[in-house]
Design a protein around this ligand. Structure first.
Ligand SMILES: Cc1cc2nc3c(=O)[nH]c(=O)nc-3n(C[C@H](O)[C@H](O)[C@H](O)COP(=O)(O)OP(=O)(O)OC[C@H]3O[C@@H](n4cnc5c(N)ncnc54)[C@H](O)[C@@H]3O)c2cc1C
Length: 382
């Protein structure tokens, strides 16, 4: 095994292409999406044209066949410009359609995976519930077997893309009499009789649409059950674990954006005849921010490399998500302090980045949940 701390020319080319696209096409959409709290739906088509919906999938399955390092580069660059857009992208490409690619039938791949990869269908991943947020096993949404399919009842909370989705990958408990982790995934097409979607107003990632979902006697045909009736729980855990490294790359992008804004402000802003960056209090903040970001970057790309080697374990994934998301939160807070009053004004991006960074110490497993995973790996029982 050789150690290599630089990106390959191919990785640099991916970064250049995505960075150009983000600067020219994404950045101009950010303010309006935030103000209107509306995701620009045409982006899915555009992402598909650029191959950005398929980064995680092999060429033979319609993807772009890139490695996890490239995937993290894409995520970092998307989040540098807008965590809201990056969240909607990831809910579709990484959470909602990955289980279909991994375990779906030919019918499911043709009707859901391929159209989603082509940006023709928008998807969401409906796991979290009002009563079972951090604890998946506390899930109460249930699926009962009926003639020709399943009947679903329950509710889902904070589901990204649900207000604009054509289908949801929905988790439900199939066999409560068997075992607590008898949880399966169902593809639910929208609109659908029995599904009510209530769009939520948010503080963070406002340009991504999120909803509360009521599910009442929803019929899902047999061909829309993914895997076995005794549960696709291990698949669900695998999906979440690998995605933690990706989420960390998102957090890295936000931290970098906040740092660049703060550094530039510290260079330009003159107070009492001196650049504020030359005051030690500000310079030290920037030094700490740069150091934390560097540590976070090494962890993120080490994690991506582990995924590419097939060697990522859940405790390492949790450590990477914990460090990167907490760094983004801390760095964006410091960026606001460096901006002084300007940090509170919407004209500057740092307030938005800080609100967005909060979402990532919560979403996809809170920091406490990551600590639980790490502590269990150390032999404790939190
Ligand atoms: C903007 C946004 C988008 C989202 N998108 C999606 C999506 O697309 N699909 C989806 O399924 N979910 C989504 N989520 C849900 C997200 O994954 C949950 O919010 C998250 O898992 C936490 O659950 P909760 O909000 O119910 O918090 P809770 O579980 O109620 O936690 C509240 C507090 O208690 C702590 N806590 C809870 N349990 C423990 C424990 N065992 N040990 C220590 N501390 C604990 C938590 O750390 C936290 O501080 C989204 C959330 C947000 C905010």
């Amino acid at each position: 095994m050789s150690l290599n701390f630089s990106f390959s020319p191919e990785h640099e080319a991916v970064r250049d292409t995505v960075r150009r696209f983000c600067r020219d096409e994404l950045a101009p959409l950010v303010v309006e999406a935030e103000e209107k709290e509306q995701f620009p739906k045409h982006l899915f088509k555009r992402w598909a044209e650029l191959g950005l919906l398929g980064v995680r999938y092999p060429v033979e399955d319609g993807g772009t066949g890139m490695d996890k390092v490239s995937d993290c580069i894409v995520r970092e660059e998307l989040s540098y410009v807008s965590q809201a857009f990056a969240t909607s992208w990831s809910a579709q490409t990484h959470l909602a359609i990955w289980p279909i690619w991994k375990n779906g039938t030919t019918y499911q791949k043709e009707h859901f995976f391929q159209p989603a990869l082509a940006g023709e269908k928008i998807a969401g991943f409906a796991l979290s519930e009002p009563d079972g947020g951090s604890n998946i096993r506390a899930m109460t949404t249930k699926a009962e077997k009926v003639e020709g399919g399943w009947r679903l009842n329950g509710s889902k909370l904070y589901i990204t893309n649900a207000p604009i989705a054509d289908f949801l990958m929905m988790a439900a408990r199939t066999s409560p009499e068997l075992k607590p982790d008898a949880i399966s995934l169902f593809i639910v097409e929208l609109p659908c009789k029995g599904i009510e979607i209530h769009k939520l107003k948010k503080e963070g990632i406002r340009g991504s649409e999120t909803a509360l979902i009521h599910i009442e006697d929803v019929f899902v045909p047999d061909e829309c059950l993914l895997g076995e009736r005794t549960g696709t729980y291990p698949l669900l855990l695998e999906c979440l674990s690998e995605n933690r490294v990706g989420v960390a790359a998102n957090a890295l992008g936000m931290a970098r954006a906040a740092f660049d804004a703060a550094k530039s402000y510290a260079e330009d802003r003159i107070v009492a005849g001196k650049r504020i960056g030359d005051y030690q209090a500000v310079a030290h903040k920037l030094a700490d921010m740069a150091t934390d970001i560097e540590a976070s970057r090494l962890m993120v790309y080490y994690g991506a490399w582990l995924v590419d080697q097939g060697r990522l374990d859940s405790a390492t994934a949790a450590k990477i998500k914990l460090i990167a998301s907490e760094t983004a939160l801390k760095v964006s807070e410091q960026a606001i302090r460096i901006h002084g009053g300007a940090g509170i004004m919407r004209e500057y991006p740092v307030g938005r980045i800080h609100r967005d960074a909060f979402v990532y110490v919560i979403g996809e497993g809170t920091s406490d949940v990551q600590r639980n995973i790490i502590a269990r790996d150390l032999g404790f029982k939190p």
